[in-house]
Design a protein around this ligand. Structure first.
Ligand code: UD1
Length: 420
């Protein structure tokens, strides 16, 4: 049975919502549990499809994984298998996070080239170069990336681009390498800091997390740990845009507002009233949003994962916005769906020019990735009638209890089973 969301336009969303742990953190933390023999416990985990997907990957490597609501326990054996299960890995991109830990623990890793969202080409060259600098040989063979090494040795590595995934795989290999690794042009995302915090609590020696230069002094062995996953800034940002677009009033808890600084600033420029607290924020909007320009960039720039929401608000804003995508090349597939909803949008290379209109016009639309799917739901909330969002399994990969939370905030939305 396929599922769709039926969304009625017109509701003003109001109330409070709490975000769970970050998808883009929990999956990497689960992979990092491979680094220590014994039982690691992760709390504040989101109940999304990607977590059981990652469980399958880890189980295939010999771990025992239990998911008990927001708590995930991973028991890692002394001897791991080095080959990640092809079918499990291909389901989602974050599975590539096992590459660094497996190389460090087994001296060999075979990880199928991952699938995941259709948001553009996502090569692994920087992951491979990083591991090679640490002494490994890597190659692509039979649809998998293969890394092999006798002993990892610390090195100076400079990334061409601050890739989140490459930074993570280099970190999780270097923590068990001999000697010092200095990683320059490292990603600075909050999820990198979260991973480093967990690795440090396992006994790793890491300095500079959250800056462009991370220094890692390798240790012989890491210990299992207990760690709380940071809140999901992208889900929190989605709620912020839901408030601004529906002229609503939403208070979001469970997130450090500094992780969303630029997105909240942009929403303020669009006319919303934004209050921040220690671990949350409130967004209130009265009138029609004003057009604002956006450029997606690595953190602390505006997140590419909120680009569909930036496009969404621009389609109904007063004035013209230019949105520039600098991180993923094919992320404008979402624009085609927004045009089906009547948006006045023109793509030119990695820019899209949007002239705001008063109201979107409901129809059937198709999610192409997690964030585009959520962006279409927000668009449906401000369209004139019933919008059907198809392929909602994408949304379920990243947004826990999305429909229930939207209903609690006053949205008229239903999950509907349809014949394939
Ligand atoms: C992660 C997030 C994703 C987010 C992205 C950027 C997860 C599971 N996903 O993806 O939601 O949108 O960060 O914040 O955490 N690149 C290369 N070669 C490489 C690696 C990357 O060319 O070896 C390119 C990619 O094609 C892309 C850019 O670098 O154009 C950024 O990718 P990266 O930061 O690695 O994103 P992910 O870790 O895949």
């Amino acid at each position: 049975m396929k599922e769709t969301f039926q969304v009625a336009g017109g509701a003003r969303l109001a109330g409070s919502v709490r975000v769970d742990g970050a998808k883009n953190s929990v999956l990497k933390l689960m992979a990092a549990a491979l680094l220590a023999e014994g039982t690691t416990t992760l709390t504040n985990c989101p109940e999304i499809l990607d977590v059981p997907y990652m469980r399958s990957v880890l189980e295939g490597l010999g771990c025992v994984v239990q998911i008990d609501g927001p708590t995930v326990t991973i028991t890692t054996p002394a001897e791991l298998k080095a080959d990640a299960d092809f079918d499990a890995v291909r389901q989602f991109r974050a599975s590539v996070a096992v590459l660094g830990p497996l190389t460090a623990r087994c001296g060999r890793a075979v990880v199928a080239l991952p699938g995941g969202d259709a948001i553009g080409s996502r090569p692994l060259d920087m992951h491979q170069t990083g591991l090679e600098k640490l002494g490994a040989t890597t190659r692509i063979q039979h649809g998998a990336v293969v890394a092999e090494v006798d002993e990892l040795r610390g090195a100076k590595i400079r990334l061409d681009f601050p890739s989140v995934g490459a930074t993570e795989n280099i970190l999780t290999a270097a923590v068990l390498a001999k000697g010092r690794t200095v990683l320059d042009n490292a990603a600075r995302e909050p999820e990198i800091i979260d991973l480093c915090d967990m690795l440090i609590s396992m006994g790793a020696q890491i300095d500079g997390a959250g800056t462009s230069t991370i220094t890692i002094d390798g240790v012989d062995k890491l210990e299992p740990t207990e760690h709380e996953v940071i809140g999901d800034r992208i889900v929190a940002g989605t709620w912020a845009y839901a408030a601004a677009m529906t002229r609503g009033d939403i208070t979001v808890a469970g997130i450090a507002p500094r992780h969303l600084h630029l997105a909240l600033e942009k929403i303020k420029f669009a006319g919303a009233d934004v209050e921040t607290y220690e671990s949350g924020f409130r967004v209130r909007m009265d009138g029609r949003p004003t057009a604002v320009d956006y450029q997606t960039l690595p953190f602390p720039g505006f997140p590419t994962d909120l680009q569909p929401m930036a496009i969404g608000i621009s389609t109904i804003a007063e004035g013209t916005s230019v949105i520039t995508e600098n991180v993923f090349e094919s992320r404008f597939r979402f624009v085609d769906e927004m045009q089906r909803l009547g948006a006045d949008a023109t793509v030119d290379g990695h820019h899209v020019v949007i002239r705001g209109i008063e109201q979107l016009s409901s129809t059937g639309v198709w999610s192409s990735d997690i964030r585009a799917g959520a962006g279409l739901v927000l668009a449906g909330l401000v369209a004139d009638d019933q919008t059907t969002v198809h392929d909602v399994f994408h949304i379920d990969r990243g947004y826990p209890n999305f429909v229930e939370n939207l209903q609690r905030l006053g949205a008229d939305i239903e999950r509907v089973q349809v014949e394939p």
